[in-house]
Write a protein that binds this ligand. Structure first.
Ligand code: 13P
Ligand code: SF4
Length: 301
């Protein structure tokens, strides 16, 4: 029996649901019940009431959010090493220090954070809703972490002052894009639309035509009449874009834009995860309780 068939059989037997991020390997996206961006996957994790096990093919913070929002379900991360380096850049101590310095400023954290940090913030956001979350707050000065580029982008969009915590948090994959690469591709494909993730630098955002989360990019491409697109985000998204738009052309803004952590989930590891029910994501309830409030506030916006 093919490995993918074995996975599907086990999934049924164990009443599991497989969620995959837009950056996952093609074969993982193809076998998943749902492929999406970080907010969509969190929402799906809550909506799949009948599932007893959620297998999260993504990185640590996304699986942690699913575990926080679903305390009665078993959440599995097929590879323990799949950790987002940006999420590691912010510590609870750093948040506490910033709170002492700006006691009146609310704290908004990107979901790309550890659960212990989420427990210390007022509300979470993703790149899909960060502008709305910031607009919904009364304050004009806000502590925001850990992505400095997202902070800058949201500040431009809302006119509010976002103080980055830490001073220079970033995504190593999105920093690989450089404006000259986009400019060259635009010369080669003059009618192409350049898409960029808000985790990209301001230089990239300036030469791009559309900025949004991974699923917002997918929606934009589907609705656009354009034929050619320059893609400024992790290469895994090309699989979904090409599958959903076979008649359109996609050019990655930089060929090496790979998030190694997102690629750690393979079919073999997914099969082992289901079979052995590993690795269970456990968030201590004292932390989960507080982090749940911050995540739920985000869903209310
Ligand atoms: P999205 O929410 O846009 O999928 O982004 C998550 C992420 O990790 C981007 O690097
Ligand atoms: Fe983290 Fe960047 Fe990978 Fe997204 S692409 S999971 S932010 S390292």
């Amino acid at each position: 029996m093919a490995l993918s068939d074995k996975i599907l059989e086990l999934k049924k037997e164990k009443k599991a649901v497989i969620l995959a991020h837009n950056y996952q390997r093609p074969e993982i996206q193809d076998i998943a019940d749902y492929v999406g961006d970080s907010i969509e996957l969190s929402r799906k994790a809550v909506e799949t009431k009948e599932a007893e096990i959620i297998v999260f093919c993504a990185v640590d913070f996304m699986a942690e959010s699913a575990a926080i929002l679903n305390p009665t379900k078993k959440v599995l991360l097929p590879c323990l090493g799949a950790r987002c380096p940006m999420a590691q850049m912010l510590t609870v101590d750093e948040i506490k220090r910033a709170k002492n310095q700006y006691p009146k400023a609310p704290v908004v954290l990107y979901v790309n954070t550890l659960a212990s940090c989420k427990a210390e913030c007022d509300v979470c956001c993703t790149s899909a809703n960060a502008v709305e979350v910031i607009k919904s707050l009364d304050s004009d000065t806000i502590l925001f972490g850990p992505d400095k580029n997202l902070a800058e982008y949201v500040s431009e969009k809302t006119g509010k002052k976002l103080i980055p915590i830490p001073e220079n948090g970033f995504c190593p994959t999105h920093l690989l894009f450089q404006p000259e690469d986009v400019k060259v591709l635009k010369m080669q494909h003059p009618n192409a639309i350049a898409l960029a993730h808000p985790e990209c630098s301001s230089e990239i955002r300036k030469v791009s035509d559309f900025i949004g989360s991974t699923s917002k990019m997918c929606r934009f491409v589907k609705e656009s009449h354009a034929q050619n697109f320059i893609v400024g985000t992790e290469e895994g998204i090309l699989h979904r874009l090409r599958k959903e738009n076979p008649q359109k052309n996609f050019y990655l803004a930089y060929e090496g834009a790979v998030c190694p952590n997102m690629k750690l989930t393979t079919l073999d590891r997914l099969y082992a995860a289901l079979k052995e029910e590993k690795y269970v994501v456990n968030v201590p309830e004292a932390i989960a309780k507080k982090a749940r409030v911050s995540l739920k506030r985000m869903f209310e916006v």
